[in-house]
Ligand binder design. Structure first.
Ligand code: COA
Length: 259
């Protein structure tokens, strides 16, 4: 695995642990973090890993947003490019064919909330705080937040959080469906590992295709229901589907091969 400047990457028994590592800036996303995340996502082969866990260094923050100190010099075109680049990289995360879980260990604000929302699930530590405070800075979310927040919590609540810029705690985020589960502070990564191990026992092709289908619901270029019909047809021809059905009928555990 290559070396990175602003993230730490460890492969622990096939689970890729990614730590955004700028604790002095509460792990704010600067260009270097994006370079690293892009290289990492290009490098990882979903057929060779069980999943990815993303967390923030230190005990205070997951990610406290885009790095505000880089905004100054951007200009109109630079800002558009930065936003587009963020979108492209977050889509790589969202479309990864193995589970990507955000272990939210503190502030997940702005770009941090957007990064967490691009992941397939969010495990919130009891001290997690979510929000899209861009209106406080006179801007709108730039990394998909105006869209993914609606997808996760519905239009009314998303509108409220986006318009007020308010932060919400872990329990409220859980109640709204933004956090999948709340755990005690410090237990986020271990809980994410448990989820990935549990998901790792399922048929790999079906997992990848489920991620693709759920994303298809929100893809205006695709019609989710017809995508589902086609994928159901394709997967019904796989050895794993035959094995899964046979194992159920024979009352035994399935032995999936990823084919
Ligand atoms: N970009 C750049 N630096 C950031 C940052 C960001 N998004 N968020 C925090 N930091 C830096 C601070 O500038 C500070 O650096 P310093 O020690 O060199 O002064 C350090 O991280 C600690 O933050 P600080 O504000 O002192 O901590 P706090 O406990 O008082 O407040 C927050 C924590 C998260 C509430 C506050 O930092 C904040 O509001 N951050 C910005 C959140 C935001 O608007 N994000 C969206 C950006 S589009």
């Amino acid at each position: 695995m290559q070396t990175y400047q602003s993230i730490l990457v460890e492969d622990k028994e096939g689970i890729i642990h990614v730590t955004i590592n700028r604790p002095k800036a509460l792990n704010a996303l600067n260009k270097s973090v994006f370079d690293d995340l892009e290289n990492l996502m290009n490098e990882l082969d979903p057929t060779k890993v069980k999943g990815i866990i993303i967390t923030g260094a230190g005990e205070r923050a997951f990610v406290a947003g885009a790095d505000i100190s880089e905004f100054d010099s951007l200009g109109d075109n630079g800002a558009k490019q930065m936003s587009q680049r963020g979108h492209d990289i977050f889509f790589m995360i969202e479309r990864f064919a193995k589970p990507v879980i955000a272990a939210v260990n503190g502030f997940a604000l702005g770009g941090g909330c957007e990064l967490a929302m691009a992941c397939h699930m969010r495990i919130a530590g009891a001290n997690a705080k979510f929000g899209q405070p861009e209106v406080n800075l006179g801007i709108v979310p730039g990394y998909g937040g105006s869209q993914r927040l609606i997808q996760l919590i519905g239009k009314g609540k998303a509108m409220e959080l986006l318009l007020t810029g308010n932060m919400i705690g872990a329990e409220e985020a859980h109640r709204l469906g933004l956090a999948n589960v709340v755990v005690e502070a410090g237990a986020e990564v271990d809980t994410a590992v448990e989820y990935i191990q549990r998901i790792g026992k399922k048929a790999p092709l079906a997992i990848g295709e489920t991620i693709r289908l759920v994303n298809a619901y929100f893809d205006m270029q695709k019609e989710g229901f017809s995508e589902e019909v086609n994928t159901f047809g394709t997967l019904s021809n796989t050895a794993d589907f035959k094995e899964g059905a046979a194992a159920f009928l024979e009352k035994r555990k399935a032995d999936f091969k990823g084919a």
